[in-house]
Write a protein that binds this ligand. Structure first.
Ligand SMILES: NC(=O)c1ccc[n+]([C@@H]2O[C@H](COP(=O)([O-])OP(=O)(O)OC[C@H]3O[C@@H](n4cnc5c(N)ncnc54)[C@H](OP(=O)(O)O)[C@@H]3O)[C@@H](O)[C@H]2O)c1
Length: 252
């Protein structure tokens, strides 16, 4: 398949390299900042441009790997009428793409440049305005992963909300832990086995069943000690609110 990738950020790097590994032909990289388009195109040995008017018009697929807020604007400015245009966002409705042949190719995973990732198990959420295009996107996703799902824009919105809790908020909790440990010169490394075991456990058990800790045990002494240590500082309110929520959940 001939593909033009728009964007040269975290996802564009990973996805375009993986497409290429799986035998797809990356025709061109477009990116607003030319240097970044050039850097990625060097790795892929393909053409690049920073000008939408110079976009290659012969691709089978135009895949927007650009910030959510710029998807509508860039799709509207794309000089493409009859080819398939998709975005890769968890949060943006398919219909923000004006082209009739539009769709979504959303990998439900976190990508950062320079951090290798195994695509095999990444859930790909696919949607398209036309049945044939959906089939094409499903086929393409199956070359990358064994986990491919037809998900509507409405379902994707719900999925994205759930993912913010599961991923972004839990990662923020790791940051808080790291900061708390640093006060006593303890390395965050010591918590990693605990974090990994917590994540592994929910593969076989529901998160609710797996919950442990002072709030669930109704261990008021530990809770008071922790709140006292936090001493109305930055994380006092978060600790108090989450403890109350967990206790209420436990009583249901
Ligand atoms: N990274 C992830 O974990 C992940 C996971 C799933 C889905 N996604 C989706 O993938 C898409 C890209 O995310 P990312 O994490 O790769 O973002 P990123 O690393 O922050 O890169 C953002 C890209 O968008 C371009 N851009 C920003 N504003 C623009 C504008 N006004 N006009 C044209 N281009 C613009 C940037 O171009 P410049 O280089 O010129 O700034 C850059 O290529 C998003 O829709 C996101 O929801 C990301």
């Amino acid at each position: 398949m001939n593909i033009v990738v728009l964007g040269a950020g975290n996802l564009a790097w990973h996805l375009s390299e993986e497409f290429q590994k799986k035998g797809q032909n990356i025709l061109q990289i477009y990116n607003r900042t030319e240097k970044k388009a050039e850097a990625l195109s060097k790795i892929l040995q393909c053409d690049f441009t920073s000008k939408l008017e110079n976009i290659n018009r012969n691709a089978d697929l135009y895949i927007l790997c650009i910030s959510d807020k710029s998807i509508a604007e860039i799709a509207n400015s794309l000089p493409i009428e009859n080819n398939l245009v998709v975005h890769t966002s968890g949060a943006v409705h398919q219909d923000l793409i004006p082209q009739d042949r539009r769709g979504v190719f959303y990998p439900l995973q976190t990508f950062s440049k320079g951090k290798e990732i195994d695509f095999k198990g990444i859930p790909f959420c696919v949607e398209a305005n036309h049945e044939n295009d959906k089939k094409t996107l499903i086929k393409l996703a199956k070359t990358l992963s064994i986990s491919v799902h037809e998900i509507s824009s409405e379902q994707r919105k719900t999925l994205h909300l759930a993912a913010v809790f599961a991923n972004n908020f839990s990662n923020y909790m790791y940051s808080i832990s790291e900061e708390i440990l640093s006060v006593d010169n303890i390395s965050f490394d010591i918590l990693k086995p605990l974090i990994l075991e917590t994540a592994n456990k929910i593969i076989y058990h529901s998160p609710k069943e797996s919950q442990t800790g002072p709030a669930i045990r109704d261990d008021q002494t530990s809770i008071d000690t922790h709140l006292n240590d936090l001493n109305n500082g930055n994380y006092y309110d978060i600790y108090k609110m989450l403890t109350e929520k967990l206790r209420a959940e436990n009583k249901k």
